[in-house]
Write a protein that binds this ligand. Structure first.
Ligand code: NOJ
Length: 531
């Protein structure tokens, strides 16, 4: 008998992303905290998730809400303390829930002591820890690189009479990953949190870690906004970055069952796939932003998934998500419709790969509308009204119908969605037909199905362009998943093995007549049939 290696938890289970500021406030300052997460671990256990990805919880002046870290070895006091972190870890562990930390290692805060020292002169012990360059005469930035968040990627320092690079806001100077001392320190940070017991990392913008060593200007191209008017061949995705991914992987693999999950916000899937490493020795997982940006069309998703499957091959494991803290919530992107939200969840939770769900999507929380005066996100502040910013996907979790949706007793840091009296956890828990219960039942089903956790995926092309149909299969379990992307009934021909199938899961309930070769899939219908 061949003994297959046990599948890691992060392949089998569902990961739930929490934006800690917005989950639950227990200190009365309008900002969520770690105690809030601890309090809701029962809720998360009941939902059936296996891991939590927490957006950054380290000390930060919050210019980019934690993605500007000023101390990598501590917990942000607004969120709690190291003791509280340990308590969260232990309580979660007892419930079989793992904790994934979000590390932003491309850049620090401009208030990080490393940057303060580095910018103090041209000859200090950290003078080369960031990317400094002389001006092009008379005092122009060193090259044409742009910040993702607008404007030049270079800011002038009077003290050094040089520019420093920041791929995001000026308050987020880019670290110099080419400096061995910097790399050593960043790997220490990874080791530090693994030793503390963290179960892995979501690694922010890994594609930006290395820049061209000669700082060459990017070639220009046609694009909608200034950042898109350049081909980003010199300021990110440098081929040598893969070496770093491999080093991180071997470091993380020294600790059993830990996860390195990358963020490469890239529609080019070949580039995104390359972060898994040439011999599957890079990151364990890397997000697929092509999938996340698909329109609500069966064919579009099928093409995206098949492309990703092909690029990853058999040695790499996919990860799928439809929402996160940077993009508008998919509930609203796909039409603010509870039934469609079921179909979307049905897809993400049954594909081959790790599903990552975003807090509140299990309720159908919509994208928030933030009045201008209440915008907090640096992107929104800079670009309103052309871009409202990302606050709308970060509004407080809707726990119940009490003031502020039970999120806080104080003034919430972002306004609560006004629909909270209708859309909240307490009400949905009471209603067996709710979206929450749909997620819960389906996650439960997934957690007990080998085919869904580890089986191969094969699309069956049901000659109906509104329906996505695929099989998930392991020896002894063969499932057919059907998802209707339209708001009409859709007939679907069943593959011969699925004539008179056992209906394992469906929403709304599917009528199946014995011996019939076709079923009528209701609008937004989702079904799992068993051979
Ligand atoms: C990606 C993060 O998801 C986003 O929130 C952040 O602003 C940028 N990286 C910069 O760290």
């Amino acid at each position: 008998m061949i003994l297959l290696p046990e599948q890691p938890w992060w392949q089998k289970g569902v990961i739930y992303q929490i934006y800690p500021r917005s989950f639950l406030d227990t200190t009365g300052n309008g900002i969520g905290d770690l105690r809030g997460i601890i309090k809701k671990l029962d809720y998360l256990e009941e939902l059936g998730v296996s891991g939590l990805w927490l957006c950054p919880i380290f000390p930060s002046p919050m210019y980019d809400f934690g993605y500007d870290t000023s101390d990598y070895y501590n917990i942000e006091p607004l969120f709690g303390s190291m003791d509280l972190f340990q308590e969260m870890l232990l309580t979660a562990r007892k419930k079989n829930i793992r904790i994934i930390l979000d590390l932003a290692l491309n850049h620090t805060s401009h208030l990080h002591p490393w940057f303060i020292e580095s910018s103090s002169s041209r000859n200090n012990t950290r003078s080369d820890w960031y990317i400094w360059a002389n001006p092009r005469p008379p005092r122009r930035p060193p090259n044409n690189w742009k910040s993702v968040f607008g404007g030049s990627a270079w800011t002038w320092s009077e003290k050094r009479k040089q520019y420093y690079l920041h791929s995001f806001t000026p308050e987020q100077p880019d670290l110099n990953w080419r400096n061995p001392d910097v790399k050593k320190e960043l790997y220490n940070i990874i080791r530090f949190w693994l030793e503390k017991g963290a179960d892995g990392f979501r690694l922010d913008v890994v594609d930006f870690f290395l820049k061209d060593d000669r700082l060459r200007s990017n070639p220009l191209c046609i694009g909608r906004r200034p950042y898109e008017m350049q081909k980003h061949i010199y300021d990110k995705n440098r081929p040598e970055t893969i070496e770093i991914m491999r080093e991180i992987r071997s470091l993380v693999d020294l600790y059993p069952h830990k996860l390195a999950l990358g963020e490469v916000a890239e529609r080019n899937t070949e580039i995104a796939a390359s972060y898994y490493g040439p011999a599957s020795d890079g990151l364990h997982l890397n997000f697929n932003f092509d999938f996340l940006e698909q329109p609500w069309k069966a064919k579009a998703f099928q093409v995206s998934i098949e492309d990703w499957e092909k690029l990853l091959g058999t040695g790499n494991w996919p990860v799928y998500t439809l929402s996160n803290h940077d993009v508008p919530r998919h509930f609203s992107r796909y039409g603010n419709c509870q039934n469609r939200a079921r179909a979307a969840a049905g897809m993400v939770l049954t594909l081959k790969g790790t599903p990552v769900i975003y807090y509140g999507e299990e309720l159908g929380m919509p994208q928030g509308r933030i009045p201008r005066a209440q915008i907090r996100d640096p992107v929104g502040k800079r670009y309103w009204p052309f871009h409202p910013g990302r606050d709308g996907s970060r509004t407080p979790m809707q726990w119940d119908d009490s003031p502020n949706a039970g999120f806080t007793d104080a003034n919430p840091w972002l306004p609560v969605n006004p629909n909270f009296p209708r859309v909240n956890v307490a009400d949905q828990k009471k209603d067996p037909q709710s979206l929450y219960h749909f997620y819960r039942r389906l996650i439960k089903f997934r957690n007990s199905s080998n085919a869904l956790q580890s089986g191969i995926i094969r699309f069956t092309n049901p000659s109906n362009s509104s329906v996505l149909a695929y099989q998930r299969k392991v020896p002894g379990e063969n499932l057919l998943i059907l998802i209707n992307f339209s708001s009409r009934d859709q007939p679907v021909e069943l593959p011969s093995k699925f004539v008179s199938p056992h209906l394992a899961f469906s929403c709304p309930t599917l009528e199946i007549e014995a011996g019939k070769k076709r079923v009528l899939l209701p609008p937004d219908g989702f079904a799992i049939l068993q051979e």
